[in-house]
Design a protein around this ligand. Structure first.
Ligand code: NPG
Length: 377
């Protein structure tokens, strides 16, 4: 039976936005830079029947995508929130349509949509997982490991995560820190489920180097080329034995359909923030499932809000590979929710309480808030 993803309308009185600065347990290095503090925007929808929470997963600088925190804050306060508040009532499914005239800014739209969705589902006493179509009560947890000082340091860091029980390892690579790093992890740990993520750091001219990764029997190589290199990814995919997975390039269900039609990827990383919301994320899932293309749930160093929602998404039937759905403690000493995600035998539980299924810890939230604004109707 098809899943009816419809929720009752909510009457919006306003939105509260906060910029948070949350210290990371250790610096996180990718091909585009190092982060020691997670800057993120938390959204609270102030609705008639209660409140709802969402998260805008931008970073301080536009390095992963063109979106960044101050830009998201500006577009949300100046354009997106006023458009939503113009409506007397709105259903979660209508949010994307209301925001559609504003080009791009998908992470900002996703955060607002999640807050409205959470408010609607809390009012209906219905968990997000049930609404999205989750079929599992827990999901396998992979971990994303940043670039370390050297391959030996990488091996030690990976060992720690394997000891904790993570069931899949993803290592970040960049030119000059690829073959040796991957070889070190393979040599140290044998046939563990292993994949690499380049975050767009290569060009087609690097195809010979990337082909050297074929000997490591990786689950996949993620986003080797630039976001709009859809044709070059198809060319590269024909050169490699390692399956090519796209992340940055998949900004919508349409982009996913195009990438699959061109042969640019054989696996897709789904991130709700990157595609403009959890409802579009489900559409990406549905079309990949139809095409028998495996998907997995990506992560954006979410707080407990997005982490809970990601666990619900990752419990849909097409998510056949472990995602970057790790425990809160992977990144944070103190989360902003009262029950942060924990690792249990390599899995994270799908929340069953209404809405996103977690409650905010107001003291912890205030402690990391650096700016706050309330916009009312
Ligand atoms: O587990 O939340 C997580 C992090 C997973 O590596 C991860 N995210 O390129 O996918 C990525 C990367 C990222 C994080 C990108 C934050 C942009 C911002």
């Amino acid at each position: 039976m098809p899943i009816a993803r419809t929720a009752a309308p909510v009457t919006l009185d306003g939105f509260e936005l906060r910029v948070l600065h949350i210290p990371l347990v250790s610096p996180f290095t990718t091909s585009f830079g190092t982060e020691s503090v997670r800057e993120v925007i938390v959204v609270r929808a102030l609705a008639d029947g209660g409140e709802g929470w969402g998260e805008i997963v931008t970073q301080e600088a536009p390095l992963y995508s063109s979106e960044y925190t101050r830009g998201a804050w500006d577009v949300a306060t100046r354009w997106l929130i006023p458009a939503l508040l113009e409506r007397a009532t709105v259903t979660p499914e209508e949010v994307a349509d209301v925001l559609e005239p504003f080009v791009g800014h998908r992470m900002a739209k996703a955060g607002l949509e999640l807050a409205v969705l959470d408010a609607a589902l809390r009012a209906e006493v219905r968990p997000l997982g049930e609404y999205l179509g989750a079929v599992h009560d827990r999901v396998p947890s992979g971990v994303s490991v940043g670039i370390q000082r050297d391959p030996a340091g990488l091996v030690e860091t990976v060992r720690g995560y394997l000891d904790e029980g993570y069931v899949r390892i993803k290592i970040k690579i960049k030119p000059g820190r690829d073959i040796e790093d991957t070889a070190a992890v393979r040599d140290a740990f044998g046939a563990i489920p292993l994949q690499v993520d380049a975050n767009s750091a290569y060009t087609l001219a690097d195809a010979d180097t990337l082909a050297e990764l074929d000997r490591f029997d990786l689950l996949l190589i993620e986003q080797p080329l630039q976001e709009d290199d859809i044709v070059d990814h198809a060319t590269l995919a024909r050169r490699l034995k390692t399956p090519v997975c796209l992340d940055e390039s998949i900004v919508s269900a349409k982009a996913a359909a195009d990438a699959l039609a061109l042969g640019s990827a054989s696996v897709i990383n789904i991130k709700a923030g990157r595609v403009g919301g959890y409802l579009e994320a489900v559409r990406v899932h549905d079309l990949c499932r139809q095409a028998s293309v495996p998907v997995w749930c990506g992560g954006m160093l979410e707080t407990g809000i997005g982490r809970a929602a990601n666990a619900a998404l990752a419990a849909l039937p097409g998510f056949t590979l472990p995602g970057d759905v790790s425990a809160s403690s992977r990144f944070y000493l103190r989360d902003i929710v009262t029950e942060p995600a924990v690792l249990e035998q390599g899995h994270v539980r799908v929340p069953t309480a209404p809405g996103i299924g977690v409650d905010i810890d107001p003291v912890a939230l205030d402690e990391v808030t650096v700016e706050k604004v309330v916009l009312r109707r």
